[in-house]
Design a protein around this ligand. Structure first.
Ligand SMILES: [Zn+2]
Length: 259
């Protein structure tokens, strides 16, 4: 089977560079513009899949998580981005979530017909995050938004499919659990395409040059060795690696009017 993977730009933000590199004892002291992406996978018998859903709102993201300015332009909403490819939110029957951080799981309530497929351990971790009360970045919720969790466990619950590890929703599409990497139940989606195996890796790497090419681990992980092994495994399996927050993933790169 051969599928097609397309990034959707669902907003941007200015966030601290310390998120990109293992240990904060580095020279990464500034802040940089990052995209917030989701991915459309076309070619399944059930229509297009959506991988991740962006943030609930830019205002809420800024308020809750202690990061910099966030923004969603009018043409960066889920309906607007789907429309560019000829789809409506109603057309999405399956949405696979890499993990439940606020910038990946905030738009689930915009998909009226979708089933949400994620790892059970991720929902458990998101419901009772281990953040200390006074943490400056990430807060007590450790980047999980309680409103997103509340949506999944109540109004959307009948449409949530909790997975217990690796699964293959279609021939040529594989979802692999990397436990205790960026989050406790983070999964990556490997898709066979005309360009080879494309890996949609959520936030296991943030920057292709730093984290993939130079093999410097990023700054957010639950278990260092699990994170390191996840990156090695991704590099061994994928021909094309697509993180969520690297402008190089977009065909045109960073737009001129980006944050
Ligand atoms: Zn993210």
């Amino acid at each position: 089977m051969s599928y097609r993977v397309t990034p959707l730009l669902l907003g941007d933000a200015v966030v601290p560079d310390v998120l990109d590199v293992f240990w904060s004892l580095t020279k990464a002291r500034g802040a940089s513009s990052v995209p917030i992406l989701a991915f459309l996978v076309e070619g399944t018998p059930d229509g297009p899949l959506l991988i991740d859903t962006g943030m609930r709102s830019a205002e809420r993201a800024q308020e809750v998580h202690g990061l910099g300015p966030h923004r969603v332009a009018d043409d960066q909403t889920i309906p607007a981005q789907l429309a560019r490819h000829g789809y409506a939110p109603e057309d999405i029957k399956y949405c696979h979530l890499t993990h439940l951080h606020y910038d990946h799981a905030g738009g689930c309530n915009l998909l009226p017909n979708a089933r949400f497929v994620l790892q059970r351990t991720e929902l458990m971790a998101a419901a009772a995050p281990m953040g200390p009360e006074q943490l400056e970045i990430g807060g007590k919720g450790l980047f999980f938004d309680r409103a997103d969790v509340a949506d999944l466990v109540d109004p959307l619950w009948s449409r949530v499919d909790l997975m217990e590890g690796d699964y293959e929703p279609y021939p040529g599409i594989r979802c692999v659990l990397y436990a205790n990497s960026h989050t406790p139940g983070h999964q990556c989606i490997y898709v066979e395409t005309a360009d080879g195996v494309v890996a949609i890796i959520g936030d296991i790497a943030r920057k292709l040059d730093l984290n993939i090419e130079r093999e410097i681990l990023p700054g957010i992980y639950y278990d260092l060795d699990s994170m390191r092994r996840a990156l090695i495994d991704i590099k061994s399996k994928a021909d094309v690696i697509l993180p969520t927050h690297d402008w190089n993933v977009l065909p045109g790169g960073k737009p001129e009017d980006a944050a």
